[in-house]
Design a protein around this ligand. Structure first.
Ligand code: HSE
Length: 439
C-alpha cells in the first residue's frame, strides 16, 4: 500500500470535530478505498482541552493555523476556520505557496479571494478543493466543475442556506416565531458564527458567487449580487403565499441574460407543486439548467457537522486517490487565467412575476388607484384580492397582487406610485416569483 496521506486540520468546531471522528473511526475502510491510509498528522484549534469524542493525541498541535501551514509535516492543509480574512486566509495562502494541497469549506474566503487562490494552486500544481463550501453535502461543485463540462448553463439557482430554510419551514409548519427558529438553528450547529450572515443572505451570496463562476466561466463577482434576506418575511406573507399556491424560500439565482449575468439572492415564491417547494428544514437544493443535459436538481443535507464533513472527506479522498504528477482539474472549472470578465445584468432589468402585499387604509378608490398604477406601468395582473384580515390593522385592508412576468423597473415604479398615494398603512411587501422549468 502507498504511503499515508498526512493531513493537518485547522479548526475543530462542529465540522472539524465531525471530520476527525469519521477519519479515525473509518480509517480502515478509507485506506482500502483510497489505496493508502489517511492520517491526521497535525491540528490547530483554539481550545486544546475540549473533549471532541476523538483521540487526537497522535497529532502535532499547533498554536496557530499559520504555523501549521508553514511548518507541519503534512500533504494537505484542511481549513475549517471560516472567514474571508484573518487566520484562515493567511494560512491558506501560506499552505498553497508551500505547495500543499488545500481543502476548505470556507465560502466567504473563496467568494472574496477565489480567483487569486485558484491561480496560486494552479501555478503550484496542487489541488484546492471546496465541495463543502456550497450546499453542505450536495456534490454540486463536482457536478459543475467536472460532470457538466461542455454544457452551456442558462440558470443555476437554489436553496443554499440551511438556517434560513429551517426557519421558514418551522415558521410555516409549526407557527413558531422567527427568533425561536433561529435559536434552534444555532443550537443544532447550522448557523454561522454571526447568524446575520445567514438571515441577511450574505452566506447564500457567497455560495452563489462561487456557483456563478463554475457555471458561466466568469471571474467571481460576489459584490455584484443583489441581496435581500428573510428578516422581513412575516407569517402573513407565508400564509398569503400558501393561499395563492406558493411557498417562500430564500433562493440564490444566477442567470444568463442578453445584457449579462444576473445574480440575486432574495426571498422567493416558488410554485407549491415544484420539487424545490417541497425542500424543507436544513435541506438544500441546487437546480442547474443547461443545454445538453437539461434540468438537473440536486437535493440533500445543507448544513451541520456530518453533512459538511462528508463533503470535506470526499475532497480529501480525491487527493488521496490522485497520483503525483497527474493532470489537475482546474480549481474553478476553467483555468483561472481563462476566466472571462464578469458582465453584470442590472437588477432593474430582471424579468419575472411578483407578489405584492399592500396594507391600505379602508377608503373609497384605493383599490382602483392600485390597479391604475399597475396599468400605467404596463403590469399585467394574474390576480388581485382585497381582504379585511391578513394581519392588517382593523381600520385597514390587505391587497394582494400577483403579476404576470414584468420588469423589476416597472414594479419599482408602480410601488413608488402607490406609496405617493398616501393611503398606505404599512410598508409594501414585494416578493419575486421564480418558476422552475419542469421539476
Ligand atoms: N450557515 C450555513 C447554513 C452553514 O445554514 O447553510 C452551511 O454553509
Amino acid at each position: 500500500m502507498a504511503d499515508a496521506l498526512k493531513i493537518g486540520i485547522a479548526g475543530l468546531g462542529t465540522v472539524g470535530a465531525s471530520l476527525a471522528r469519521i477519519l479515525v473511526s473509518r480509517a480502515n475502510e478509507l485506506a482500502i478505498t483510497c489505496g493508502r491510509p489517511i492520517t491526521i498528522a497535525a491540528v490547530s484549534a483554539r481550545d486544546r482541552s475540549r473533549d471532541r469524542g476523538v483521540d487526537l493525541s497522535g497529532a502535532v498541535w499547533f498554536e496557530t493555523p499559520e504555523a501549521m501551514a508553514e511548518t507541519a509535516d503534512i500533504d494537505v492543509f484542511v481549513e475549517l476556520i471560516g472567514g474571508a480574512e484573518g487566520p484562515a486566509e493567511r494560512a491558506v495562502r501560506i499552505a498553497l505557496s508551500r505547495g500543499l494541497h488545500v481543502v476548505t469549506a470556507n465560502k466567504a474566503l473563496l467568494a472574496r479571494h477565489g480567483v487569486e487562490l485558484a491561480r496560486t494552486a494552479e501555478e503550484k500544481g496542487v489541488l484546492l478543493n471546496f465541495e463543502a463550501a456550497v450546499a453542505g453535502g450536495i456534490p454540486v461543485i463536482k457536478a459543475l466543475r467536472e460532470s457538466l463540462t461542455g454544457n452551456t448553463v442558462s440558470r443555476v439557482y437554489g436553496i443554499m442556506n440551511g438556517t434560513c430554510n429551517y426557519i421558514l419551514t418551522r415558521m410555516e409548519k409549526e407557527g413558531l416565531t422567527f427568533e425561536a427558529c433561529l435559536k434552534e438553528a444555532q443550537r443544532l450547529g447550522y448557523a454561522e458564527a454571526d447568524p446575520t450572515f445567514d438571515i441577511e443572505g450574505n452566506d447564500t451570496a457567497h455560495k452563489l458567487a462561487i456557483l456563478t463562476t463554475l457555471a458561466f466561466g466568469t471571474e467571481i463577482a460576489a459584490d455584484e449580487i443583489y441581496l435581500e434576506g428573510i428578516s422581513n418575511i412575516s407569517i402573513e406573507d407565508i400564509h398569503a403565499a400558501a393561499e395563492l399556491g406558493y411557498r417562500i424560500k430564500l433562493l440564490g439565482v444566477a442567470q444568463r441574460t442578453e445584457s449579462g449575468i444576473e445574480q440575486r439572492v432574495h426571498p422567493t415564491m416558488v410554485p407549491h407543486d415544484s420539487v424545490i417547494a417541497q425542500v424543507d428544514g436544513v435541506t438544500n437544493a441546487v437546480a442547474i439548467e443547461s443545454d445538453i443535459l437539461g434540468e438537473l436538481l440536486m437535493v440533500g443535507p445543507g448544513a451541520g457537522g456530518n453533512a459538511t464533513a462528508s463533503a470535506v472527506l470526499g475532497d480529501i479522498a480525491d487527493i488521496a486517490k490522485s497520483r503525483p504528477g497527474a493532470q489537475r482539474v482546474p480549481v474553478l472549472g476553467t483555468p483561472a487565467e481563462n476566466l472571462a470578465p464578469y458582465r453584470k445584468a442590472q437588477m432593474q432589468s430582471h424579468e419575472g412575476g411578483y407578489f405584492i402585499r399592500l396594507t391600505v387604509l379602508d377608503r373609497a378608490g384605493v383599490f382602483a388607484s392600485v390597479a391604475t398604477q399597475m396599468a400605467q406601468n404596463g403590469i399585467s395582473l394574474e390576480s388581485i384580492v382585497q381582504r379585511a384580515n391578513g394581519g392588517a390593522p382593523t381600520d385597514a385592508k390587505t391587497i394582494i397582487l400577483v403579476t404576470h412576468a414584468t420588469s423589476e423597473d416597472s414594479v419599482r415604479r408602480a410601488v413608488a406610485g402607490i406609496k405617493s398615494g398616501s393611503y398606505l398603512a404599512g410598508e409594501p411587501q414585494v416578493i419575486r416569483i421564480e418558476r422552475p422549468k419542469a421539476l
